[in-house]
Structures are given as C-alpha cells and as structure tokens.
Design a protein around this ligand. Structure first.
Ligand code: C5P
Length: 356
C-alpha cells in the first residue's frame, strides 16, 4: 500500500517543481513588462491592489481544495456538515500561528513589486537568489540543521556571484568585461548606482530575507501537522490572515488616496491580469513544493528558471547572450544538473533528509 502512495508523492514533487520553474520564468518577464510598459497615459497600476487580488484568488482556490479534501476524508458525513467541519479546521486553536507568515509574505510580495519596478528583470532574478542563502541560514538558526563545508563554500560562491552581477549590472552589457578589467587594473571607477537601482536592490535583499524566514517557518508548520491539518487548510489560513495587511496597510493606508482619486483598477490591462493570475498560481505551486518536497528544492527550481527565462528572452527577442547572465549561466547550468539529479533521486533524498 506504501508503493502507490510514494509514487504519488514523487509525482507531485516533480510536477510541482517543473511547474515552479515555468511559472517563475514567465512571472518575472510578465511582471517586469506590466510595471514598465506605458499604459496610454493611464497611471501605472498600484502594486497594493495586485497583492490584494492575488490573496483573494489564492483564498478562493485554497478554500475549494480544502472543501474537496474534507469531502474525501469524511465520505460518510452528509454535505450539510461540511461548512461546520470547514469552520472548525480553518479556525482551529492553532490558526494564529499563520498570522506572522501571512504578514511577512504580504510584505515580501510588496517588496518584489518595488524591486521589479526598479531593476531590470535579469538583475532582479539573479539577486533574488540570495534567498537560497537566507533559507539555509534560517534552517540552521530555527531548525537546527547543519550543513557541510562544501555546502558552505557553494553558498559563499553564490553570494559572490550575486555581488558580481550587481556590480556588472551597473555597466551596460556591451562593455562590462572591459570596464571590469579596467577597474581591476585600477582604471575607471564604476558608475554610481542610481537611487532607483538602490531602491530596487534594497527591496530585493529585504524580500530575500523575508522569503528565507517565512518559508522555513511555513515548512516546519505544515510538515509538523500534515497528518492532521491539510495543506489547503493551512493555505486558507495563510491567505485569510494575509488579507488584513494587504487591505488595511497596502490598499487603504498606503494607497487609499490614489485609489479614491483614480479608482481601484486604474492602469489595469490584460498584462496586469496575467501577472496576477501567474502570481496566484505560483503561490499555490510554492505551497505544494514546500509541503511535498522542501524549501531547498523550491529554491533550486527558482534558480533554474533564470536559465529558462534568459534563453526564452534571447530566442523571443533575438538578443545576443552577453552581459551579466552569460557570466552567471554556467553557475545556473550546474544547478540544473543538481536539480535534475535531485528529481531522479527524490525518494532516497527524502529518506536521508529528515523533514523539519
Ligand atoms: O520567493 P518565494 O519562494 O519566497 O515566494 C513565495 C511566494 O509564494 C510568495 O508570493 C507567497 O505569498 C507564496 N506562498 C503562498 N502560499 C504558501 C507559501 C508561499 O501563496 N503556502
């Protein structure tokens, strides 16, 4: 009886990781385009409204899946009992544990909008890989996990890679090599980052810290109680508590005046709706990845998406592969190998790595 169960689990892991690679690749490009393309003299759409809509969509989807789970686990219960059962599971005594991750994820989602509005898509995607480092650091601090010297070395290399991409991002892709070697020879100084780039960089670093902290906390919470509380019930709780900061802090407090003047949907168009749909879908896929694989696998999938989106951009827009990412590409390809290895060995890996 365990074999089909394991087979199902491995299939869910693989499918969710592959979906995450595709979703991440598409989201960064679409979101960047939605923030930076002109909208016929309309004001740019407000990120706070998008963050709220994403939470509403995730809440509706998670609620439907939680109801489905309840129907499966209580086949003998009459349909009229389902609302009460649902209420009890969502507002269980430990539901308050989701308040902190809900607030942090809402903050993170807003920071991502700030970052992507102020950085180019590639610089954002590469710098956001810092979340690999923060996830490991929080796993050590909060879960007592330990990592080997080799893994530490890999993390230091990752951080150096991100720092180098940041530095080279200040230089146009054509002359970055030349300028960097001239800098090493003690020649021309690098461009001073613009305030917009600095704002974007600060936002992406802050988002990486909240990502590491929140996903480690969520993984522990979900895996500790997966036998008694379904993933979708946890996600309903998460989205429910996210609605409060998204509505009261983001929409009303931060952007209330602009919304009263221009309307909630000012600047909305098809590309904004695609961004919102992709982000909501991504949230659900991340939840499955964390619950059925883990945060390390989730972050590998996210970093792999750099390669996918870079190659897709190069093919779609026929741009030559030069600049910071061509230099970062070998690193990403190594990770692709690790990810593929991990996907084919998921079962043994899960046996070796105890869930937190
Ligand atoms: O970049 P990172 O992987 O940390 O992004 C996580 C994203 O997934 C956030 O947008 C967060 O709101 C979403 N999420 C979710 N449900 C979960 C866990 C994460 O919607 N259970």
């Amino acid at each position: 009886a365990q074999a089909p169960q394991q087979y199902w689990q491995v299939s869910v892991q693989r499918t969710s990781l592959i979906l995450l690679v595709l979703q991440n690749s598409a989201l960064v490009m679409v979101m960047h385009h939605s923030r930076n393309s002109p909208t016929n003299h309309q004001p740019r759409y407000l990120a706070s409204t998008a963050v709220l809509l994403v939470e509403i969509i995730k809440l509706a989807a998670s609620l439907s899946l939680a109801i489905y789970d309840l129907l499966q686990s209580h086949p003998a219960s009459p349909a009229s009992d389902i609302p009460a059962l649902l209420w009890q599971s969502i507002f269980a005594p430990d539901c308050w544990k989701l308040v902190v991750p809900a607030a942090l994820y809402t903050l993170q989602n807003s920071l991502v909008y700030v970052a992507i509005s102020n950085l180019d898509a590639v610089t954002f995607q590469v710098t956001y890989q810092l979340k690999i480092l923060t996830t490991v650091l929080f796993s050590i601090l909060l879960l007592g996990r330990s990592i080997s010297l080799r893994q530490w070395l890999a993390l230091v290399l990752l951080t150096l890679g991100v720092a180098l991409v940041q530095i080279s991002g200040q230089i146009s892709s054509e002359d970055w090599r030349e300028r960097l070697s001239s800098l090493i020879r003690g020649g021309a100084a690098l461009n001073v980052p613009t305030s917009s780039a600095f704002r974007g960089f600060t936002a992406v670093v802050a988002a990486s810290i909240t990502s590491g902290l929140t996903c480690v906390y969520f993984e522990k919470l979900v895996k500790d109680s997966l036998a008694s509380v379904s993933l979708w019930t946890r996600n309903v709780q998460l989205s429910f508590f996210s609605l409060f900061p998204a509505l009261f802090i983001g929409v009303l407090w931060q952007d209330g005046a602009a919304i009263a003047r221009d309307g909630f949907f000012a600047g909305y168009g098809p590309i904004v709706w695609v961004t919102i749909a992709l982000q909501a879908f991504g949230g659900l896929v991340v939840a499955v990845c964390i619950a059925y694989a883990d945060n390390v696998a989730k972050n590998f999938a996210a970093s792999l998406s750099i390669v996918v989106s870079y190659v897709a951009t190069a093919l779609l827009f026929r741009t030559p592969m030069t600049g910071p990412v061509s230099f970062f590409l070998p690193f990403c390809l190594t990770r692709m190998r690790i990810l593929l290895g991990m996907l084919t060995n998921t079962r043994s890996r899960r046996e070796v790595r105890p869930s937190c």
